[in-house]
Design a protein around this ligand. Structure first.
Ligand code: BEZ
Length: 179
């Protein structure tokens, strides 16, 4: 992906808790647009192959959560984790990991990921279409810095992880601030 590219305009179908709803499942649909997530702020977006998968659940997501304050010191307003999973799965993942700071974005249809050029087949794992692992620093909806794992391909036998780790992105932000 080239720099200075605007993120695609899509609508995400999220599920939010609403105490006015009676019954055991007090949630309603709430549409969120790319503008809602990306306008008028500087954010990190990281995108991964699937909620509940081992590297994502054990390292990438909790490490971003734990380093949240460090990213804030570097001028980051929000950190978003996106996956080609529906809102029910993403909410369950957030609850299971005790997430407080990183916000989850459900790209269930894969539209955002496809328009970012990052949609890959993972049929070899029975996953269908998913996101390649990448991250970006995005300012006011425009990609400022891009972190894509090597080997972008369909049905990749491995799951490269390093370039899009929070540690690498934080080091890069620190280095660019002191340059
Ligand atoms: C992982 O995060 O460990 C993972 C991701 C995709 C497929 C299998 C594992």
């Amino acid at each position: 992906m080239t720099m200075d590219r605007r993120v695609p305009s899509v609508t995400f179908r999220t599920r939010v808790r609403d105490e006015s709803i009676e019954g055991p499942n007090p949630y309603r649909w709430e549409d969120k647009t790319s503008d809602d997530y990306f306008s008028s702020k500087r954010v990190i977006l990281f995108s991964l192959p699937g909620a509940f998968t081992p590297t994502c659940s054990t390292y990438q997501l909790p490490d971003f959560e734990n380093l949240y304050g460090e990213f804030q010191k570097k001028g980051i307003d929000e950190i978003y984790c996106l996956s080609v999973n529906d809102a029910f799965v993403m909410n369950a993942w957030g609850k299971a990991t005790g997430l407080q700071k990183v916000k989850l974005i459900p790209d269930g249809s894969g539209e955002f990921t496809r328009k970012m050029g990052m949609l890959v087949a993972k049929d070899n794992l029975g996953f269908g279409l998913r996101s390649w692992r990448y991250a970006a620093v995005i300012k006011n909806g425009v990609v400022e810095q891009w972190f894509e794992e090597d080997g972008f391909s369909d049905n990749c036998e491995t799951d490269p992880y390093g370039v899009s780790s929070p540690q690498n992105i934080l080091e890069t932000l620190k280095a660019s601030a002191s340059a």
